[in-house]
Design a protein around this ligand. Structure first.
Ligand SMILES: *[C@@H]1O[C@H](CO)[C@@H](O)[C@H](O)[C@H]1NC(C)=O
Ligand SMILES: *[C@@H]1O[C@H](CO)[C@@H](O)[C@H](O)[C@H]1NC(C)=O
Length: 223
């Protein structure tokens, strides 16, 4: 009994946790925040200027995104593959792989950045990844997604709109060699990449968009 208790204490003291500080930096716009991952909270609203910190056991893997066109699960639908800008992270023992993804589309500006991280000093080591560009304003007409109130809510990925194997990198086009955005009828991926070079813009986008860091704290900011 005593031995088991000692073992338990050892396990507890070595298990690490990861902290996500989520900030809404746009003063006038509440953000409906959703997470999907190893552990995650119910969706919640952050008013302009508000922030919250979530702490989870490592390893943790998942994604964080926000909506500004709806503010409840009833309105927005349950957490799922919606055309939103995503912050993605996989973290274990402090070491993380993180990226921003527009693979489903773009809806709002966001950034992700580790705090007090240790890395090798390379351009993708412990750096802030940010996507901030008025993409909705420039969005090609055929990629625009409107809600029931006819508000423009998202600039969707070509895969979401056209559902072809080529744009979705599946079927005959399910490998990096057979799904090059340069072979697409329209290079929609480059539309996003030119505006947000830090972000993944389609399934086999360049590996450079993945950042790494040794840190237990990450800040995700809606801009
Ligand atoms: C996103 O960031 C860009 C660049 O800072 C800015 O021009 C644009 O207004 C922002 N979009 C929103 C919805 O705030
Ligand atoms: C398509 O976009 C990718 C990513 O920006 C770029 O590397 C490639 O050169 C583009 N191809 C064409 C044909 O424009």
């Amino acid at each position: 009994m005593f031995v088991n208790f000692a073992l338990l204490l050892t396990l507890l003291s070595t298990a690490s946790a990861v902290e996500f500080q989520i900030i809404n930096n746009s003063p006038a716009t509440p953000v409906f925040v959703q997470l999907l991952g190893t552990q995650y909270p119910d969706p919640f609203v952050l008013q302009g200027g508000q922030q919250t910190t979530l702490t989870y056991d490592e390893p943790w893997s998942g994604r964080i995104w926000g909506r500004v066109d709806c503010y409840s699960v009833e309105e927005c639908g349950a957490a799922g593959p919606i055309p939103a800008s995503l912050a993605e992270i996989t973290v274990g023992d402090g070491m993380a792989f993180y990226d921003l993804s527009l693979v489903d589309g773009f809806n709002i500006n966001l950034s992700m950045e580790p705090v007090d991280g240790h890395g090798d000093g390379g351009p993708y080591s412990c750096q802030k990844s940010e996507c901030a560009y008025p993409i909705l304003d420039d969005c090609p007409e055929e990629l625009k997604l409107y809600n029931a109130e006819h508000e423009l809510v998202s600039c969707q990925a070509a895969c979401n709109v056209f559902q072809t194997d080529l744009y979705c990198c599946r079927g005959e086009h399910s490998t990096p060699d057979t799904c090059k955005s340069s072979d697409w009828p329209v290079n929609y991926s480059s539309f996003f990449k030119e505006r947000c070079p830090d972000a993944y813009c389609y399934a086999y986008d360049d590996q450079q968009s993945t950042f790494t860091c040794d840190s237990n704290r990450y800040v995700v900011t809606f801009l």
